[in-house]
Ligand binder design. Structure first.
Ligand code: NAD
Length: 496
């Protein structure tokens, strides 16, 4: 389960050798520790002319304690804005009032001169955040170049690039939709180009309802900027209008929430149980009776409760619903993680392998959702988070059964998210790529090395990376995020 090559490269001697030989160079990724600052350095925030999100984003980040600097704005100062502040250009560590003053229109010097904002050429940023919602035509895309080109080498290791856009389907004209769709090419390429653990995402923020307010965007920005999203890159995340509840303490974003995690005895499920408990949740951990000892060890460690149940048995949904009703009266977050593989090429696959995989990975999720929803055990503000796989997006040789089940999980998100929006319940999935678990440790060496390295971060992810992503989708603050399938794959080339 350990990536010895990455450990070697990350040592001083290994690094020099790898550089000389031009071998893959997996960086050490920044991961979340409670209490950590969101970022290792300031955010450079820019906006295209007419962008609608730069000001709320500046307010969110400043309130989160981030040092927000502004630069390469091509927008004119907003009405009523203090022009003397604009003339000041980038500011180091200014307070909430200055940032709330708005980033748009500031610091023409950084854009024209090509020097990183902050004064000298040595300025380094924890993140570049760009509000591209003002781009309404392909010619306006030049503003992306103007902002990002001077900063291409100014992002710190494990830094972040976030571009904020409008969902093309919501755009007012074909030209605007075209320009907004184009943003995806930029972020996906930056994810592949910047290296050193820097990730890049496009966040589509709806222009309807209360979207763009601090409440709807904050959870997503906090997740994407922090070390929680270490292995998420090249993604398009949609932020809509669902209800979002800001936690009293962002170090415990799941405080008071009752969470069910299936397949929690080991691997990714055990990591999910640990991360969600760390973040304040009361965890109900479920696994098959045969995994009872391992399950007990997990719940003892995190102070949760265990349910020994085989999800494929006929009475599993009602037994589970009874347990949740009696012990907790509800379940706020359901994490459908349990999954199996039974690989064979299709011509050699017996029907049992097909049936077992489809039943555990997909049909059991449907049966459990049906009973929990029917009995109204998932309250308003509830969250369904399912575990898919990049195999469900790209397909995989020898995994027709598995890929069918995991693509079905994506279908479940697509169909249930709109159906449950009226009840305030969000439905999302994560699609892990190569994650270092017992499952992937069993893959033959050459195939394993290919799987590990063929992504922008040149390494496998850890179970905790999937767990952190599931955690974010489960937060009460993430109500505006529904209908998403977020890959946790280091921007894997598979299904890219
Ligand atoms: P794992 O085999 O280590 O853990 C799966 C857990 O699910 C086990 O504890 C198992 O006992 C439990 N489980 C299986 N069938 C069950 C049933 N009928 N009832 C109750 N529990 C059951 O696997 P993992 O690598 O931790 O994978 C977890 C999830 O992530 C799976 O859905 C898997 O398909 C998905 N995934 C994993 C990877 C990876 O690289 N490891 C990649 C993509 C997707």
């Amino acid at each position: 389960m350990t990536d010895r090559y990455a450990s070697f490269v990350q040592s001083g001697a290994g690094r020099a050798l790898v550089k000389r030989l031009g071998l893959p160079d997996p960086p050490r990724l920044r991961r979340h520790n409670p209490g950590d600052p969101l970022l290792p350095g300031p955010v450079l925030l820019g906006a295209a002319t007419g962008g609608r999100l730069a000001d709320p984003v500046a307010a969110i980040l400043t309130a989160a304690g981030v040092d927000v600097r502004t630069g390469t704005g091509t927008a004119p100062p907003a009405a009523g804005r203090d022009d003397s502040a604009a003339a000041d250009g980038p500011t180091a560590g200014h307070g909430a009032a200055a940032a709330a003053d708005g980033p748009a229109g500031r610091d023409e010097r950084a854009g024209n001169g090509g020097a990183p904002a902050g004064g000298g050429t040595s300025a380094r940023f924890g993140a570049l955040v760009y509000d591209a919602t003002g781009i309404t035509d392909s010619t306006g895309l030049r503003q992306l170049y103007d902002f990002f080109h001077p900063q291409a080498r100014a992002v710190l290791p494990s830094g972040r690039v976030i571009v904020l856009g409008t969902p093309p389907a919501e755009c007012g004209s074909p030209r605007e939709a075209t320009a907004q769709r184009a943003l995806e090419g930029l972020t996906r390429s930056i994810g592949k180009e910047f290296g050193r653990g820097v990730t890049a995402q496009l966040v589509h923020v709806t222009a309807t309802g209360d979207a763009g307010t601090p409440t709807s965007l904050e959870a997503t920005l906090r997740f994407l900027l922090s070390g929680r999203s270490a292995y998420v890159s090249g993604q398009v995340v949609r932020v809509g209008t669902g209800p979002a509840v800001v936690p009293a303490d962002w170090n415990r974003p799941l405080a008071g929430q009752v969470v069910l995690v299936t397949g929690a005895a080991r691997g990714i499920g055990a990591a999910v149980a640990r991360v969600l408990a760390r973040d304040g949740a009361q965890v109900v951990a479920l696994d098959v009776p045969a995994a009872g000892d391992a399950l007990a060890a997990v719940v003892n460690e995190i102070g949760g409760t265990a349910v020994q149940l085989d999800l494929t048995t006929a009475d599993a949904p009602t037994r589970l619903a009874d347990h949740l009703a009696e012990r907790h009266g509800r379940v706020d977050v359901v994490v459908h993680n349990a999954g199996i593989t039974r690989d064979k090429t299709l011509g050699r696959m017996d029907a049992d392998r097909w049936d077992a995989v489809l039943d555990v990975n997909l049909s059991s999720q449907e049966r459990i959702n049906d009973v929990l929803l029917e009995r109204e055990l998932i309250p308003e503000g509830g969250r369904l988070v399912a575990v898919s796989s990049i195999a469900g997006i790209a397909g995989n040789r020898g995994q027709t059964n598995y890929a069918t089940s995991k693509a079905g999980v994506i279908g479940l998100v697509d169909s249930l998210a709109p159906a449950l929006a009226g009840r305030g319940i969000s439905v999302n999935a994560v699609a892990p790529g190569f994650i270092e678990t017992r499952l992937t440790a069993r893959i033959p060496l050459v195939v394993r090395e290919a799987g590990r390295r063929m992504n922008s971060l040149a390494q496998g992810g850890l179970p905790v990376d999937v767990a952190e992503t599931i955690g974010w989708l489960g937060w009460p603050a993430s109500g505006a995020v529904s209908g998403n399938v977020v890959r946790v794959c280091g921007q894997s080339l598979l299904g890219a």
